[in-house]
Design a protein around this ligand. Structure first.
Ligand SMILES: [Zn+2]
Length: 267
């Protein structure tokens, strides 16, 4: 069964195997309108599900912020990924939350696809370390982010969410990866047929600090040893006090949100 539910403010299509409707999952793109790989992933998954029906379950494919996507801007009124903890309906993004909350609260799993303005190695993020196995069916790197570091984000307010950062916004390889992620996700959950991806070098990180940096260039997701450069602005050069991985998770109007993570072990 295929149903186009809405086209605005979010584009939502529902696929369901009516005999076996569980699990219920959502694949979400363009929480940020300037990250087009998410929309590409949604359209690719839609074509796949139209040609080969679900073995089981329900899939909602969601282009979250169509107005921001058309403007190629991160958002219209406010950052959607900081609005999932509000019940207000005044701003455009708050209306989107109001509209999607119903779907997200039914879901057993949510996949949330993003990209970044900086070069980063792709990773999966969650607000706790459950679903580690599922995360390693998507990518090598799994980052556990304390909820207090990203209040209002989809992946912290709906704790069944796996957020995937696919790479730099307009790089071809970001698009190639983004289109594979939902298929890896649905294959891992045995909802579609296919060869399962399993990471050969799984790594787990724990993000412990968050920085908001304006006007900084920041080193991407790579291991830094003590006293190496995290980033620099015209005035300041920041270095590390211990080994860590800086990750840029948002870059809105020149203000970067950077998480500092530590590797807590393989597997
Ligand atoms: Zn994003």
């Amino acid at each position: 069964m295929i149903q186009q539910l809405t086209s605005y403010p979010s584009a939502t299509i529902k696929f369901q195997n009516p005999e076996r409707p569980r699990p219920i999952v959502a694949v979400v793109g363009i929480i940020h309108g300037n990250e087009p790989c998410g929309w590409h992933a949604i359209k690719t998954t839609e074509r796949e599900l139209r040609s080969s029906p679900l073995l089981k379950g329900t899939v909602y494919l969601i282009g979250a912020n169509m107005a921001a996507y058309r403007r190629r801007s991160a958002f219209v009124d406010c950052d959607l990924n900081r609005a999932f903890n509000t019940r207000q309906k005044r701003l455009h993004e708050q209306k989107i939350v109001y509209h999607l909350r119903n779907i997200f609260s039914q879901c057993d799993y949510i996949l949330d696809i993003h990209s970044s303005t900086t070069t980063i190695e792709p990773f999966v993020a969650r607000c706790n370390s459950r679903y580690k196995k599922l995360a390693h069916h998507l990518l090598d790197k799994f980052v556990v982010v304390d909820k207090s570091l990203a209040r209002g984000a989809l992946f912290t307010e709906f704790s069944r969410t796996l957020l995937v950062e696919c790479g730099r916004d307009l790089d071809q390889k970001t698009f190639r990866l983004a289109e594979k992620i939902p298929l890896r996700f649905l294959t891992a959950l045995l909802m579609i047929r296919g060869q399962q991806f399993t990471s050969k070098k799984p790594k787990v990180y724990f993000a412990t600090e968050r920085l908001a940096l304006k006007g900084f260039r920041v080193t991407g997701f790579k291991s830094l040893k003590r006293a190496q450069k995290v980033g620099e602005s015209a005035l300041v050069r920041m270095t590390t006090k211990r080994q860590l991985y800086p990750m840029v998770i948002d870059d809105i109007n020149g203000e970067k949100t950077v998480l500092l993570a530590q590797q807590i072990g393989p597997g």
